[in-house]
Design a protein around this ligand. Structure first.
Ligand code: NAD
Length: 357
């Protein structure tokens, strides 16, 4: 399953932001979203094989920096990611990330990649994959509240994977909605720009909340959500940061990635520690039913789990041979005698002629 040996193991393929953009343009964003969703589903179906742990988070007044590790026994991966909602005011991204895959047998890294763009791709792919399993039949319309960096990726994933063609956009900052609508123009959507949360959810089969604010926010109140809806709640993803009123949770069937992490970080931090939730890997495997009936409200309480990043990195690595979009980094010391590391440093000081003699 994992192609590990296409290059010299002494060099580590590095996918820069520029490479990632070229991969997207070469393969097509919707193909990539569909491809990553396929890798995520494959990995969720072999859930029991993975090492799993809630991410390791370092919180500060303005944000959080997190490490997200996992391994399937053959390959190890981790992502470094931050979340700083105030950053956009200074012209910086709310979320930036990079990640690594390593060969478990040698411990050698086999991929280093930018993951700011890849996180947006994998988050969107996961959202749409989950919606495909849970949304009401014949869903066409999605409300999207929060039209920032993640939003176009979310929209395109829902089109490619869940067949959504109608968007109702709302952001407290109208310029964000204008930008999102402009970027998505001509990409096959029927778009309505809305001037309130209430207006955006009217007639929506799916409601995506993807706002950024480090607080217990109430983007959706109970009266805004009718029956026969799927909620894709993306923005409540760390302690003290939620988007939905608690009453909506009590009316919904709640689906999560990895309960020990979601109970700390997700919307369900507002509920009792043992409140029943359904694990998505069991739905994807077909062991547990997803939506019980047409009228139900289903809720994906998304926080983002390490296996999704692992899948996304695995997908990108499998595109490198074909696209050539990477550079080899001289990241691993390679002395002729593995124990003569210091000798290698000394020899670096010798003139070239002496080394060749
Ligand atoms: P961003 O800062 O680029 O965009 C957020 C948008 O939300 C902004 O346009 C802002 O104006 C808008 N907003 C804030 N409060 C609002 C409100 N009350 N009503 C309507 N709009 C509001 O951030 P982003 O990169 O798009 O990320 C959005 C959120 O998604 C963040 O909270 C981030 O942490 C989260 N996220 C989650 C995952 C996951 O896997 N669950 C992955 C990536 C990002």
């Amino acid at each position: 399953m994992n192609k590990m040996n296409f290059n010299d193991l002494n060099f580590v393929p590095f996918v820069s932001v520029d490479h990632m953009m070229k991969i997207i343009l070469e393969l097509g964003v919707e193909n990539i979203l569909t491809g990553i969703a396929g890798y995520i589903e494959e990995d969720f179906k072999r859930w029991e094989l993975f090492d799993k742990t809630p991410r390791v988070a370092s919180h500060s007044a303005e944000g959080v920096i997190e490490l997200m590790p996992t391994s399937d026994g053959q390959v190890y991966g981790f992502k470094y990611v931050n979340g700083h909602p105030k950053n956009t005011k200074d012209g910086l991204q709310t979320v930036t990330a990079f990640g690594v895959l390593s060969d478990v047998n040698t411990g050698y890294p086999v991929l280093l990649s930018e993951m700011t763009i890849l996180t947006a791709l994998r988050t969107a792919a996961m959202s749409a994959l989950v919606a495909k399993h849970l949304m009401p039949k014949n869903s066409q319309t999605m409300a999207m509240i929060g039209n920032g960096a993640q939003s176009e990726f979310q929209a395109l994933a829902f089109k490619a994977i869940a067949g959504i063609s109608k968007l109702r956009l709302y952001d407290i900052d109208p310029s964000a909605t204008d930008r999102c609508a402009k970027n998505l123009a001509g990409l096959g959507f029927d778009i309505v720009k809305c001037n309130s949360e209430q207006m955006s959810v009217e007639g929506a089969d799916i409601i995506t909340t993807v706002t950024a604010d480090k607080q217990y926010a109430t983007i959706l109140t109970d009266n805004m959500v009718g029956s026969s809806v799927h909620i894709n709640a993306i923005g409540g993803d760390c302690p003290g940061k939620t988007e939905l009123h608690r009453d909506i949770l009590l009316r919904s069937k709640i689906f999560v990635e990895y309960p020990p992490q979601t109970r700390i970080e997700g919307e369900i931090q507002q509920l009792d520690k043992d409140y029943p939730v359904t694990e998505l890997w069991q739905v994807m495997k077909g062991d547990i039913v997803g939506r019980d009936n047409d009228k139900q409200i289903t809720l994906f309480d998304s926080v983002g789990f390490a296996i999704e990043d692992f899948s996304a990195l695995r997908f990108i690595r499998d595109q490198l041979e074909k696209t050539g979009q990477y550079q080899n980094l001289d990241m691993l010391a390679d002395p002729d005698d593995p124990r003569d590391l210091f000798g290698m440093v000394l020899r670096a000081a010798e003139p070239q002629s002496a080394k060749e003699a």
